[in-house]
Design a protein around this ligand. Sequence first.
Ligand code: ATP
Length: 294
Amino acid sequence: MVLNPQAGRGRAGRLWPQVQAELNRQGRAWQLLPTESPELARSMLARLPADQPVLAVGGDGTASGLLPELARSGRGLGLVPLGSGNDFAGMLGLKAGDVTGALRRLDGPERAVDLISCELNGQERLLFNGMGMGFDAQVAELMRRAPARLGGFQRYLWAVLAGLRDLNSAPLTVTLDGQPLYQGRSCLAAVMNGTRYGGGFRISPGSDPADGLLNVVLGAGLGRAELLGVLLKVLRASHLRDRRVVAAQGREVTLRWASRMPAHLDGELAGELSEVRLRVKPGALRLLNAGSPQ
Ligand SMILES: Nc1ncnc2c1ncn2[C@@H]1O[C@H](COP(=O)(O)OP(=O)(O)OP(=O)(O)O)[C@@H](O)[C@H]1O
């Protein structure tokens, strides 16, 4: 077990006694790794036999932090979604806070899903859900400043409205599988393995995390009013039919911005970047309680 007590603004820590009780009730042998950071979690895991699975108790960030070790060792991962957004887990049909359900599904069939390999300053970073640049990342940053009383999706909406105020766009060139996909101004670009981010925002409803493909979604030349219109369509998952939204699938994508843009990787802020290359790693992650996507 890798527990991140801070996940979900403390929810994972608060519900940990319930997780322990449920593990014992279901008669599972387990041990808690006393991790304080993703780095520590990875190095502690690496010392355990690869046939011992790990459960990530927290949000998407807790699980995402384990990916380099899991991809290297082939160790299986189970998700106990107690974070704020839980977007990857939610896409897989795991309900946030449903400890019993998440642990019961460990008895179901495991499932191999793709990972995204992201090259940043010569270093590889692995993602399971996806990355966003521009408006997406601005929103992820603003979410930290959202009023504490707001829950998951409300926080996201608050941040979206705040982000529209300071909308920034820049010339972007996108290459997909070696072919030009887009050249022009853009205020947002997402490269997704999962369908949603931001606590339920279905930016890429056509994504299948096990299809061996990445999904690219771009906002082409959108101003504030047009972006707001497209975002409202995202709520109904009808934005991909809008001609100002570019959507495509492929195995490898490069984004080149004319100026540095904020980025998030699996929902974690990654600073400002001007060029990112992403490749799919088909079936690189063994998920133990994934069921089928919803
Ligand atoms: N094993 C760990 N122990 C302590 N802290 C961790 C660990 N893994 C990740 N973290 C840190 O905790 C932060 C929050 O974790 P996480 O993303 O799981 O929760 P969340 O943000 O509430 O949920 P979500 O990502 O689903 O919105 C991460 O951004 C990361 O910096």
